[in-house]
Design a protein. Structure first.
Length: 77
């Protein structure tokens, strides 16, 4: 899952070396939180107009997680 998020974000940004993902342990509800970190100059590219790209990333990640019987959340830091 982490590799999928990195590859999605790396394809969107100008500085793919700055893409970093940290993963929290599942909380009480069983939700695993993925924190996506990108360069400050690439934040707009990852978020998109009105958050459309960010929402698309979250949809793809939730779909991939559901195939593995996981519940996840993606936060862009």
């Amino acid at each position: 899952m982490k590799e999928l998020l990195i590859s999605l974000a790396s394809g969107l940004v100008e500085n793919p070396e700055a893409v970093n993902v940290t993963v929290d342990e599942p909380n009480a509800e069983g939700i695993t939180v993925y924190h996506l970190h990108v360069a400050e100059s690439d934040m707009g590219r990852v978020i998109g107009k009105q958050g459309r790209i960010a929402n698309a990333i979250r949809v793809v990640m939730r779909a991939a997680a559901s195939r593995q019987n996981q519940t996840i959340s993606v936060e862009i830091d």
